[in-house]
Design a protein around this ligand. Structure first.
Ligand SMILES: Nc1nc2c(c(=O)[nH]1)N[C@H]1C(S)=C(S)[C@@H](COP(=O)(O)OP(=O)(O)OC[C@H]3O[C@@H](n4cnc5c(=O)[nH]c(N)nc54)[C@H](O)[C@@H]3O)O[C@H]1N2
Ligand SMILES: Nc1nc2c(c(=O)[nH]1)N[C@H]1C(S)=C(S)[C@@H](COP(=O)(O)OP(=O)(O)OC[C@H]3O[C@@H](n4cnc5c(=O)[nH]c(N)nc54)[C@H](O)[C@@H]3O)O[C@H]1N2
Ligand code: SF4
Ligand SMILES: [Mo]
Length: 716
């Protein structure tokens, strides 16, 4: 057809950064396919990419601000909405103080170029320390470990999956998630490639996942006991003489002669005794992995030509998430796998956030009620409801929620639901009326992904191959619609009239020129002279910047260019491990989460093409566990935890380890007042009505949503 056109862009839904080729007629999407010429994703997309069209067309998506009134939601104009929001915030802060306004930044912020470049203005203008984000139910441990060791929270190494011979995946399911803190489209092919070059992929997971099925080997692990396995593995590395560190090489049986990373770590010798109390035998029964298997895992990992150990959500969001991620990093270092081809390597993105942001800090301040540490100015989400509900000086009375749905996505969602209901003033910057935004007085809706310019500022920093790609918006937004960055800048302007002149100029320039102006500046400061807005526009499929390169020691951000192992800080947490081991109750049934390739956290369930078919919000459990509990397949089960209970259909499968049950997160659209017809018709229940806001990793405040004790009761 004559008026068919092609547009090239990047899918912003998950971390994989897949290139897309959109056929359109200028107004409507005709088809969405993978862009074969994208040097990074090479044509790969998952089923969610086509749902970008559904987000654009969704009749339930708000196009204009709405205000909650006694007669329901009323559309109001943008100027009126901004006036009311600014007045509401100012009134509240005048009455109760600046910190009485809480702010939550949800995950889609980091997938949105405009938000990434302008949110700082909103945060400054709000003058509140009561900040929260999804980081503290996610990758917080990665940030803390990398801040300590390498000197910056974003200097995070990723598996060099394209070249490794041995990959150990602990608590990650990239076949469903498409990878995380490892931007790597088409992990199915990458795992097949590792196996095809006689390499090995080993998965440690309480569920035999899609990834485990494809891998060379899978081991069930009892949820939230990874720290014990990891300690035993570290101990075994030394016991078997595989530690390849400067002072141990002379006695080591390892064939490698130099370990550049370990040589940069002054405290490396202290690691030799770090895990000495944890033999493979001592952890076998609790973890469910035999001592012989632990020893073999270590031997094969250490003997491989190249190898990488990678831990993700399953390990991060549990009670020992931080110590576990530390142990994973330390093992990569002592075995000589850090900053080596086929090991754990540092990406070198064209816009280098590491050199443009602060290094991060842990525990400058603590939450008022539960005394949990902040990280880089963000308090843990697990503390959010208490800060709203517990009366006293500093109590949160108002809330601004930007691109988040914490009622479904944070622990003890039911409690947060109630907390939001009693606030004096709430604003949501969100395109949907959902479980969280339904509590807002005013909702400010941004446009959908196909209507925005995009350059991935976040995930190029975690990519397993260096590339750069910019795409202008496919469709221009309508006159009455706004971008996230426009909403942010307008609020900042109204709330911070006395900002310094430099801030005012930057806000004004961004408003006039758009965030791509800031992107251009970022590229100019970046490491690749050949990458700028002009060359990116000339290369709509993206520019290939080559495989990951060595970055040590120059990539280290500590002034002394050393790796700071911070042994004392992590060693102190072993007390907690000891206690856990002594009190361990192996008869408890433990709850874990799961992801599905057709779902995306809590917000893609209003797309018919993604939710169609059998309900995926089921309680998975092993036949043995089902039998013990008198539960039959398809039966409704009441699942109860310390904080709540849900009724959910049983799906009996030997994919799960006995004694473990799994419910996916992000469902539970059956609450009143939600306006997403397809999601409501496929409501499911929220696993976060069971997860416990007091179950946290005390070392950093990260939520522990894996390994939650529950009881089951079959309903008749
Ligand atoms: N039990 C359990 N809980 C979990 C997890 C788990 O594994 N188990 N995973 C956790 C993880 S890793 C994460 S990242 C969090 C996610 O939790 P959140 O960060 O709270 O994100 P979502 O629940 O996905 O909600 C995203 C919201 O943003 C809106 N939105 C989408 N795009 C945009 C946009 O461009 N602009 C704006 N303004 N809004 C937008 C959507 O409509 C939706 O309301 O959940 C966490 N919660
Ligand atoms: N399709 C889809 N893709 C997504 C998302 C989505 O919701 N849907 N969300 C995106 C986001 S925000 C993120 S952060 C990433 C997450 O990316 P991943 O971390 O790869 O995602 P999960 O599927 O949560 O993988 C966690 C795995 O840990 C296992 N696990 C649970 N408890 C334990 C435990 O105690 N020990 C061990 N060893 N394993 C355990 C689970 O069974 C699961 O297989 O995915 C991103 N991509
Ligand atoms: S894998 Fe992620 S980035 Fe790629 S198409 Fe699917 S949702 Fe989009
Ligand atoms: Mo996440």
């Amino acid at each position: 057809m004559a008026d068919e056109k092609l547009h090239f862009g990047t899918c912003t839904l998950c971390e994989a950064m897949c290139g897309i080729e959109v056929k359109h007629d200028g107004k409507k999407v005709l088809s969405i396919k993978g862009d074969k010429n994208d040097p990074f994703s090479k044509g790969y997309i998952c089923p969610k990419a086509t749902a970008l069209q559904d987000l654009y067309e969704d009749p339930d998506r708000l196009r204009q601000p709405v205000e909650r009134t006694v007669d329901g939601w009323k559309e109001i104009s943008w100027p009126e909405a901004f006036d009311k929001v600014a007045a509401g915030i100012q009134k509240l802060q005048k009455k109760y103080g600046n910190n009485s306004l809480g702010i939550y930044l949800g995950n889609p912020n980091v997938h949105n170029m405009g938000s990434m470049l302008t949110t700082k203005h909103l945060l400054t203008s709000l003058k509140s320390r009561s900040r929260f984000s999804a980081t503290s139910i996610d990758q917080l441990p990665h940030h803390v470990v990398c801040m300590h060791l390498f000197g910056h929270m974003l200097r995070i190494p990723v598996p060099d999956v394209n070249r490794t011979q041995h990959m150990l995946i602990i608590g990650g399911n990239p076949l469903a998630s498409n990878g995380s803190i490892m931007t790597a489209p088409n992990m199915r092919q990458k795992i097949k490639d590792i196996k095809a070059r006689n390499g090995k992929v080993v998965v440690i997971d309480p569920r035999r996942t899609e990834t485990a099925e494809l891998s060379s080997e899978h081991h069930f692990i009892r949820p939230a006991t990874d720290v014990l396995l990891l300690l035993a593995m570290l101990n075994e590395i030394y016991q078997q003489g595989f530690a390849n560190t400067p002072s141990s090489t002379s006695t080591s049986t390892s064939t490698s002669t130099s370990n550049r990373a370990a040589a940069l770590a002054p405290e490396i010798d202290r690691i030799a005794t770090f895990a000495q109390d944890y033999s493979a035998e001592s952890v076998a029964s609790i973890t469910g992995i035999s001592a012989a298997e632990i020893k073999r895992l270590v031997k094969e990992y250490c003997e491989a030509d190249s190898a990488v150990m990678y831990g993700r959500m399953g390990v991060s969001v549990q009670e020992f998430g931080l110590l576990s991620q530390y142990l994973i990093m330390v093992m990569n270092i002592v075995t000589g796998r850090l900053d080596e081809v086929g090991g754990l390597m540092f990406p070198n993105p064209a816009v280098d956030l590491v050199n443009n942001t602060g290094p991060g800090y842990l525990g400058k301040r603590f939450t008022r009620v539960s005394k949990l540490p902040d990280f880089n100015g963000d308090y843990p989400v697990a503390a959010m409801a208490d800060e709203m509900l517990v009366a006293g000086d500093g109590q949160l009375k108002g809330f601004i929620n930007v691109a988040g749905n914490p009622v479904l996505s944070t622990p003890n969602g039911e409690k947060l639901d109630k907390a939001l209901e009693q606030l004096e003033f709430m604003v949501s910057v969100d395109p949907m009326i959902n479980e969280t935004s339904r509590h807002a007085n005013i909702i400010l809706p941004p446009v959908s992904p196909l209507e925005r310019d995009h350059y991935d500022l976040t995930f190029n920093g975690f990519a397993v191959h260096n590339t750069a790609k910019y795409s202008p918006a496919l469709f221009a937004k309508k006159a009455n619609e706004k971008h996230d960055w426009e909403i942010t800048l307008e609020l900042a302007k109204r709330l911070n009239k006395n900002a310094p002149m430099a801030t005012k100029i930057e806000r004004w320039l961004t408003k006039v020129l758009g965030p791509k102006f800031l992107l251009g500046q970022g590229l100019k400061r970046g490491p690749y002279p050949q990458v700028n807005l002009k060359t990116l526009k000339q290369n709509p499929h993206g520019i290939d910047l080559g495989p990951l390169q060595n970055m040590l020691p120059q990539g280290l951000k500590h002034k002394d260019k050393k790796i700071h192992l911070n042994v004392d800080f992590y060693q102190a947490d072993l007390e907690r491990v000891k206690e856990m081991m002594q009190q361990y109750n192996d008869s408890q049934i433990l709850l874990i989460g799961r992801r599905h390739v057709r779902s995306n956290n809590s917000w893609m369930h209003n797309s018919q093409r993604l939710v169609k078919g059998k309900s995926r919000c089921t309680l998975m459990l092993h036949p043995e566990t089902a039998k013990q509990q008198g539960i039959e397949n398809g039966q409704s089960v009441n699942v109860t935890s310390r904080v709540g209970n849900v009724n959910i259909e049983a799906e009996i499968t030997d994919e799960l380890m006995p004694g473990v049950v799994s419910i996916p997160h992000g469902w539970g659209h059956g609450r009143k007042g939600i306006e997403q017809k397809i999601a409501q018709a496929n409501a499911g229940v929220s696993v976060n009505d069971l997860t416990d806001d007091t179950l946290i990793d005390k070392l950093c405040g990260n939520a522990a949503v894996n390994g939650v004790p529950v009881t089951l009761e079959a309903l008749h």
